[in-house]
Design a protein around this ligand. Structure first.
Ligand code: APR
Length: 309
């Protein structure tokens, strides 16, 4: 199993470390345009192997030759937000970067399953698919895993329970039209609405939507990467092990939920060939409407995105 991570910044390098430590790949290739950065980080990571007890080798490189024939590629290349910026403010800069990466990967790893994490996420995922020409099922984005984890953690913190006791899901876009789904949340098996009042639920939904911006404002430079890299590495594991696990990801929707031909956050079954099925949850009417609104909000931007590269 060969995994490549494009971008050796905060998100990329942390993702590489998590994948390597999971010991599911023979090698993880980390590529960046900055000379020496991926090579230095790779040396450092490999030297933790005898202590952490794993064998996966990390290879740092500036050349796509080393990435050839990858089974899975994670795309983290691109600029992160600064305080006050929305993810959409990154559109033009990151479209050029992700467009370049897509052309290179299409040449060097034509059979790879691709997980895009660069922002704005829904648009960059669509762009990668358009430029690479890969089948839609082999290109997906990471957002829902992260947004769901943020929702779960906020609920657990307010209720004073373990984050592991909270089951939740977040759909829609990775932006203003994110759709946290309170009707699907359980806490130790109990429905959320039975253990939390409506106004607190609404506050946590809104805090989840702005969860990324909250961290950007505190850091003042760069954006979140610990939970995001956990989310990306979890998706890599699901694909690598052909798990068939259902995870919230940004996937190509073809009629499910009454929505067609758009990349959107939905629950999807992941396996060795990428997304094998979109799973339709029993949503409330309000949640379905919010999901359709999210689809409408991202559809036009996704259609236009190829004109930016
Ligand atoms: N090819 C490869 N790497 C590139 C390219 C390129 N064409 N262009 C830029 N990079 C690299 C940069 O050199 C840098 O090392 O991408 C890396 C980005 O790292 P950071 O600035 O630390 O950003 P990070 O926090 O990792 O976020 C990356 O993920 O969550 C999103 O919004 C975030 O779009 C951003 C991306």
């Amino acid at each position: 199993m060969k995994v490549t991570v494009i971008g050796a910044g905060k998100y990329g390098s942390t993702t590489v470390q998590r994948i390597a430590q999971a010991d599911i790949a023979d090698e993880v290739v980390m590529l960046d345009i900055v000379e020496g950065l991926p090579q230095g980080l790779a040396l450092d990571m490999n030297q933790s192997r005898p202590i952490e007890r794993y064998e996966t080798r990390v290879i740092g490189t500036n050349s796509y030759d080393n990435t050839a024939g990858s089974d899975i590629v994670v795309v983290t290349a691109g600029k992160p937000r600064s305080p006050g910026m929305s993810r959409m403010d990154l559109l033009e800069d990151n479209a050029k970067i992700v467009g370049d990466v897509a052309r290179e990967i299409a040449d060097s790893s034509p059979d790879a399953v691709v997980i895009v994490v660069s922002n704005p996420l829904d648009e960059m995922t669509a762009l990668f698919q358009q430029v690479s020409g890969f089948p839609h099922g082999r290109v997906m984005g990471q957002a829902g895993m992260l947004d769901t984890a943020r929702f779960q953690d906020k609920i657990a913190t307010v209720l004073g329970v373990s984050p592991l006791a909270v089951d939740a899901i977040t759909l829609g876009s990775h932006g203003d039209t994110m759709v946290p789904v309170p009707s699907q949340v359980t806490v130790d098996g109990a429905l959320l609405r039975d253990v939390m009042d409506d106004s607190t639920i609404e506050e946590l939904v809104s805090a989840t939507r702005s969860g990324g911006a909250e961290i950007v404002a505190l850091l003042k430079q760069g954006s979140a990467y610990y939970a995001p890299s956990s989310a990306a590495a979890r998706m890599v594991r699901a694909v690598a092990a052909d798990e068939g696990a259902v995870l919230p990801v940004c996937a190509w929707v073809t009629g499910e939920y009454g929505i067609e031909d758009v990349y959107l956050g939905v629950p999807a079954r992941l396996g060795r060939r990428g997304v094998t099925e979109i799973v339709e949850l029993d949503l409330t009417e309000a949640e379905r409407t919010a999901l359709r609104e999210a689809a409408a909000a991202v559809r036009d931007k996704q259609a236009d995105v190829a004109s930016l590269v």
